[in-house]
Design a protein around this ligand. Sequence first.
Ligand code: PEP
Ligand code: MG
Length: 766
Amino acid sequence: MLVTLQRIVQHANAATDLDEALAIIVREVKVAMTVDVCSVYVKDPTTGDHVLMATDGLNPDSVGMVRMKANEGIIGLVSAREETVNLENAADHPNYRYFPETGEDRYQGFLGVPLVHFRQLLGVLVVRQRERRSFDKKEEAFLFTVGAQLAGALDHAADGARLLDTRRRRAQRGKAIRGSPAAPGITIGTIVLPSAFSDLEAVADHKPHDLELEEAAFRTAVSAVQEELHQTVENTAGHLPAEGRELLDVYALMLEDDTLINGTVSRIHAGNWAPAALRDTIADVTRSLEQADSPYLRARAEDIRALGRRILLRLSGEAPEIREYPERTVLLGEEVSLMRITQVPAGRLAGVVCFRSSGLSHTAVVAKGLGIPAVVALGHHAFEHLDGHKIVVDGHQGRVFIDPPQSIIREYERIIEEEVSISAKLGEFRHLRAETPDGIEVKVQVNLGLRSEVPVATVSGADGVGLYRTEFSFMIRDTFPVEEDQFAIYREILESFAPQPVVMRTLDVGGDKPLPYFPMEETNPYLGLRGIRFTLSHPEIFVTQLRAMLRANAGLNNLKILLPMVSQAAEVKDTRDLIARVQHELEEEGQPFAVPSLGAMIEIPSAVYNIRALARYVDFFSVGTNDLTQYLLAVDRNDPHVASLYDDLDPSVIRALRSVVSAARALNRPVSVCGEMAGDPAGVVLLLGMGVDTFSVTTASVPRIKWVIRTVAQRRARSILRRALALDNAKAIHQLLHTELERAGLGELLRSTAARNTTDPNDWPV
Ligand code: PEP
Ligand code: MG
């Protein structure tokens, strides 16, 4: 049975569209089970009707025509119960309904299985037998397994058959599509889709007359694009973040690269003209990138294709594509490349939406730098028809509305207005101390990853930097940065904030943050060589970073080093040994340096229970609630299938945090919190109640969090925490915090963050 199943799946996967895949499945299942009929009914999500979509055995003309009401017939029964129905003679069942147009009155035996994908019933798969037949358990299991595979295919089919297409499009319109927040803010704008990729792919082979002339034309086209890129770097100064401009420089360098240039030139000399030679080289370079799990690599593939298109345009003697961008352009695509972002005239780009990608991709980095909202990881949706449509991008909640009804637009306009008015009020808090009404002083620091964020962060009223994510300067390059490059970046940041402290985290790559130039083959990267495990296993990389950090700290002494993904004390001890080695080397070389204090991130469950052992080697702790929540709940929040299960107010997370804070305090080790929970008013109240005295948040959240701290007394926070700990589910905890924050007079702040943490726009009146 397994072999048959695999064969059917293989054949269906090779189909060019969903109709063909369904036809293959019904045909092959019919043979495999020696039945007289196999049919697929798909549920219309709007009406709930079941529509016959494919059949082998019933009248083929009835496909698309037979429509049964939601609860009608035995199909309706399978669908309503979401269970297998196995009947020796269907006509004996009280639910039996007869559809003469299908000719099905001749059949007696019935076996139907529901097609369910991620809790959603998509249809029913049925086999019928002319005679009475009681299908055995093996046959039931077989059909059920085919159904499970088919449900996935129905949900993911990219082209969409008639009904399914309608289903997807309807799902997109008006209702919220959930993804992950990648850059905060709200925008109402107009969708702009990428120009078709087909231009490169549509190039036909052609034998050139003169190979030398062809090569020369190609090289001239490449130089013109290089010049264009340099021009873009200049034109976007002060507009595009430094990191984005550096990446454009990398692309300009790529145009000198052997793979692209030599690959194309050798194809020309093998007898093809430049456009087709370029087509094949680009396809070659992007193929492996596209198949990668990493959003960085996939975005890189899109950038390379964009480069290819530009060269092609130059080859054809045309000027670079000029397209009209609406006032409030929202770029939408599977991934949105940097090249696309730079094509939008300054001031017109209002938002970015990627169906794939991750909150840590270049797109997210650049969107944050530009101060525009971005939402990513929306999952599979048909979007090719959406150019010019209206969209609301909610970068706080990580959701979008396509063609939203007026009620949603009005609600978001109201939120935008409130955000504007509240930001004036928040400005008053910026330079006030973060002190509770009962006199407890805490620190509010910023999380940074980009150099371009530094100028705003220095005037944000923050008490230094609580988390500087050094991996960003590694991720935006094509090679590891050398010690001098790292030294320059770290020094600039330390100087910008001195004498305030700067907590720099050592390289935190792996998992959802792979380095494009250092691919690792791992079956489960989230449980693999991440953070400190990676750097300890690559001392050559780690030592370079530690040297750059210690040197940058010379004479300033405001650096603290933080280790990511620590799971056991030995990792910190080994790092201490490496720091001692670096210190020794620098002394020998006569280089100025200063040794900073050392801390461990608590973001892996084992670390929660290893505080005492860790405290022997560290000076402080910083809790990363993002990863801690992810690992405690076993939820990857970049995975659209389970992202809704991610909740940092889950009782398990709160208990783990309380245990960390009390253990660390008992050992006299300060604890800060640098995950997103520290930027959420509800989270802050609970953390304050636990005794956390340092919060590290995004620059934009600094005044907001100061407002909360200046409003809620620690005594009161302790009592709210006690009550939260008595609750057994996240929803009740959210409700409690919502009520308490309202009662404390933070209703206005809460409403302005309504689109962030509490309400679900799908519950709004439409
Ligand atoms: C965290 O995990 O909470 C954290 C702050 O680290 P990251 O950079 O992984 O979000
Ligand atoms: Mg983390």
